[in-house]
Design a protein around this ligand. Structure first.
Ligand code: PHE
Length: 489
């Protein structure tokens, strides 16, 4: 069967952008900026974008487009012994999508509860006690929360409807699901700037504290954020690019995706801090205390702020609809990375069937996060996958493409098909800068996790995290050595 294709270039760009723009732009970037030096954070952030983000994204686009395969097949074409690296990337995708969908399931519940603004007056209690019914600690599972499980299945049904025809159905969905959340953000922004307090919010967001640049933590935060926000090292961008033809432009698409994604982050920051500024004005709480990241921002602080506004129901609906739309293209991009690899291997299978199996398997894997201890597991797994698995894939991917296959060879291919020519700096980034930066991040994180157990969780629970970080990596090394021996023997 002929390989699937994107209908046109815009569709590809929207799909790649949809994967990149996600919850991270809304609940991670603004928080990091507020915490790490306000406007000064833009310095390490933009340096990380140009030095690591753009070159790595270009690498993934080039590899997928040249090899015309998903992650496993593409890595194998770079060097026959490296198929296991693809497995490592796709395992991370599978693990992430299985909890990412649970966050979407919470959003769906909130969307339904929005009309009545059910959390009004007690947003924190509503999230933890009513929606999650969270247990005392990670060792008390507390049984499955059936309501969340039901919502999770609905989310997976939605994801399935997006991917069941591969690029064809994804192409139709992204036309709406990518621009719409940005429009919704714009509406929220207009709402917020017509309320008092927003300027104080922006001051907190943008006022530079230059001293922050001397803190190494600020730099590590910027580099990891760039890596995460561009959905790198999951095999997603490789799979998406493999559905372009091998003559398509690469350089321009890379810059467009990277700049539009970061632009959306900056924009989201204005919305988040305008709303926080209003809330601070209304409640008298300092903005610094309100600024939170992750679920705390989206499911506690923001809902509370919305409940204080005129027409709270309407704006809550818009906000949670936006959250769902932001999440869904990231969720199905992870699913597509898995589908691509399976369909490469078993060409006779139907896309719809493979998608069904992947969606079903990931929804089953997500059940653990629907227990009363779900949020603890989510926190632990998220921490380990994003701190270790991703960095490991990133490091080995640059070694494979830059050193073993040859950065120069890949660069020549990029220049052959692209209007904008890429200079030799790209080779330097791929061969030296990225592996060094990622290794530094890895070592820093490792020494931190060894010294202080993450969030004080019990050893057995963190053991699950370490297993998730180590077992896939050992499997990759095992496959690498085995294959090498086979070739030599
Ligand atoms: N890029 C997404 C974000 O910023 C996160 C993500 C990573 C989504 C990897 C899918 C895959 O929210």
């Amino acid at each position: 069967m002929a390989r699937q294709r994107w209908a046109n270039r815009t569709i590809f760009l929207l799909a790649a952008l949809g994967s990149a723009v996600g919850l991270g732009n809304l609940w991670r970037f603004p928080y990091l900026a507020g915490k790490y030096g306000g406007g000064a954070f833009l310095v390490p952030y933009l340096i990380a974008l140009v030095l690591v983000g753009v070159p790595m994204l270009m690498l993934e686009f080039a590899v997928g487009q040249k090899m015309q395969q998903g992650a496993i097949g593409s890595y194998r074409k770079l060097h026959p012994s490296f198929g296991g690296l693809g497995i490592l990337a796709l395992l991370s995708s599978f693990i992430i999508v299985s909890y990412y969908a649970v966050v979407m399931a919470w959003s769906l519940i909130y969307l339904l509860a929005s009309w009545g603004v059910k959390w009004s007056g007690n947003a924190e209690g509503y999230f933890f006690q009513e929606v999650l019914q969270v247990s005392e600690g990670v060792n008390i599972l507390g049984g499955i929360n059936w309501f969340i499980l039901l919502s999770l299945f609905v989310v997976w049904l939605l994801v399935y409807c997006c991917v069941w025809e591969g690029t064809k159905s994804v192409g139709k969905v992204v036309l709406y699901s990518v621009p719409l959340p940005v429009i919704l953000l714009g509406i929220l922004l207009i709402r917020a700037v017509t309320l008092p307090g927003f300027l104080q919010g922006w001051e907190m967001y943008l006022k530079p504290t230059w001293g922050a640049l001397l803190d190494s933590e600020v730099w590590t935060a910027a580099f990891s954020q760039i890596f995460y926000t561009l959905s790198l090292a999951f095999g997603i961008m490789i799979a998406y690019a493999s559905y372009k033809t091998s003559e398509d432009d690469i350089a321009k698409d890379t810059w467009m995706t990277a700049l539009l994604n970061s632009g959306t982050s900056l924009f989201a920051g204005f919305v988040v801090f305008a709303v926080l500024g209003y809330m601070a004005w209304k409640t008298g709480t300092p903005i610094g205390e309100l600024a939170a990241s992750g679920p705390g921002l989206a499911f506690v602080i923001f809902p509370e702020a919305l409940s204080l506004m005129p027409l709270p129901g309407l704006f809550s609906v818009l906000f949670f609809l936006m959250l769902l739309l932001l999440g869904i293209d990231s969720a199905f991009s992870l699913t597509e990375a898995l589908n691509a690899a399976i369909l490469d291997q078993y060409k006779h299978l139907q896309i719809a069937k493979v998608s069904m199996v992947v969606c079903f398997a990931a929804s089953i894997a997500g059940i653990i996060y629907t227990t009363r201890a779900g949020i603890y597991f989510l926190d632990i797994v998220d921490h380990f996958v994003t701190s270790y698995n991703l960095l490991l894939v990133g490091i080995f991917q640059t070694i494979l493409a830059g050193w073993i296959y040859g950065a120069e060879k890949l660069r020549r291919y990029i220049n052959q098909v692209s209007d904008w020519q890429v200079g030799k700096w790209w080779n330097v980034s791929i061969k030296y800068i990225i592996p060094i930066v990622l290794t530094t991040l890895l070592v820093t994180q490792f020494s931190k996790d060894i010294k202080i157990p993450y969030q004080g969780y019990p050893t057995w629970a963190l053991g699950i995290g370490w297993a998730i970080a180590l077992i896939p990596f050992l499997l990759f090394l095992f496959l690498l050595v085995k294959d090498k021996n086979k070739r030599q023997g």
